[in-house]
Design a protein around this ligand. Structure first.
Ligand SMILES: O=C(O)CCC(=O)C(=O)O
Ligand SMILES: [Fe+2]
Length: 364
């Protein structure tokens, strides 16, 4: 089974009509049957698979390549250089996270381990033996609130020396990915029977992070090596552009494991824990892992032959709900039997708890 690809172009066209058209055209725009069906496909796919492939005409392969080229060059720098960009006291929420720091949730969460044991063997994730051997870089995208209880999640950016193109490249790719996520969030809200801006209004000034991972396939390139152990993402929605090396497995709501193939020019969206909260568990956060698979090995030998970088860079962006906003089941999701599993919680407090579990923040 392959994931369907949703082309966002049609939705963009209709919402442009909404913003510039006459009042009557505007009110009709979002009643369009084709648009409603597309939105239902978005929410249905997120609910059933925890993932979604989209195409956004604004996110070009060239922009993505420029970003990947720069990040490959960065991750190939010596470790001492990259450590200059690490900010452990800021919970690594800006700058570099060295390999061996981030702990996959499945390593420390006993409930998750118990659930994994109950899975049929062929669907069980690889069991990580320790922290992830991947580097990461965190770059904030978009503005932050002037007044917030969560200053440390909203701190100053870090720019490595010798990369004059850094800010522009990161901001361009990051803002395009956020724009794509906002469309997905609107479509999902319509599909779930909520107000169109139910999610996007909560995303305003959220601590969104462009957060590419970097894994050294020269050192960690053997079959089965786990870069990112089995986990869910703690944010609202995650979007990934292209990686030049495959290796992502996702788990569908029915428990099946699936290797994801992202066609060139497409973006992969995954549902995070904050979306699960806002839908009262209707849309569970998508479990996933990244490891060296047979297809990764094929990509490694092709890269070797063509003398290309052996750093596996992901084009990952974590879109968040604003830190000071409240996570709670929205609209009709507040009436469902599972809603009381998702009590009203401040998004920033929730993020801090999760970061402590995965070793990015000292425990309180
Ligand atoms: O490296 C990747 O492709 C994605 C890793 C991941 O799942 C994450 O960063 O949360
Ligand atoms: Fe993830």
């Amino acid at each position: 089974m392959d994931l369907p690809v949703i082309d966002l172009a049609r939705y963009l066209e209709i919402s442009a009509r909404f913003h510039s058209g006459s009042p009557s055209a505007a009110s009709e725009a979002f009643e369009d049957a084709e648009l409603r069906a597309m939105c239902a496909a978005v929410s249905g796919c997120l609910r059933d698979t925890g993932a979604l492939l989209v195409k956004d005409p604004r996110c070009s392969v060239e922009d993505n390549d420029r970003f990947l080229d720069m990040m490959e060059r960065y991750f190939a720098q010596p470790e001492e250089f990259k450590r200059l960009q690490a900010r452990p006291h800021l919970h690594y929420q800006v700058g570099a996270t060295p390999e061996g720091v981030e702990v996959p949730r499945s390593l420390v969460d006993e409930d998750m381990q118990a659930k994994v044991k109950l899975m049929p063997r062929e669907f069980q994730p690889a069991i990580p033996g320790g922290p992830d051997p991947k580097w990461r870089y965190m770059w904030r995208i978009g503005s932050r609130p002037a007044n917030t209880r969560f200053q440390e999640l909203n701190s100053e950016p870090v720019i490595p020396e010798g990369f004059p193109e850094w800010k522009e490249t990161m901001d361009l790719w990051g803002s395009k990915m956020i724009a794509a996520i906002e469309v997905v969030a609107e479509m999902a809200a319509i599909g779930f029977g909520l107000d169109r801006d139910a999610f996007t209004s909560l995303m305003k000034q959220g601590p969104h992070l462009l957060a590419p991972t970097g894994s050294d396939l020269e050192r960690h390139g053997s079959l089965g090596t786990v870069f990112a152990g089995y986990h869910y993402d703690l944010n609202f929605l995650t979007i990934h552009g292209r990686s030049r090396f495959p290796g992502l497995n996702i788990w569908l709501k029915n428990g099946q494991k699936m290797e994801v193939k992202v066609p060139i020019g497409c973006l992969l969206v995954q549902s995070g824990k904050q979306l699960e909260w806002l839908t009262g568990g209707e849309c569970l956060s998508g479990m996933h892992e990244v490891l060296v698979t047979k297809r990764t090995l094929e990509a490694i030998s092709a890269a070797r032959q063509q003398n290309r970088s052996l750093w596996r860079v992901s084009s990952t962006l974590f879109a968040h709900i604003a830190s000071d906003a409240t996570l709670k089941p929205l609209g009709h999701f507040a009436e469902t039997p599972l809603a009381n599993k998702y009590p009203p919680t401040c998004a920033g407090d929730y993020v801090e708890q999760e970061l402590a579990v995965i070793n990015l923040k000292g425990k309180k």
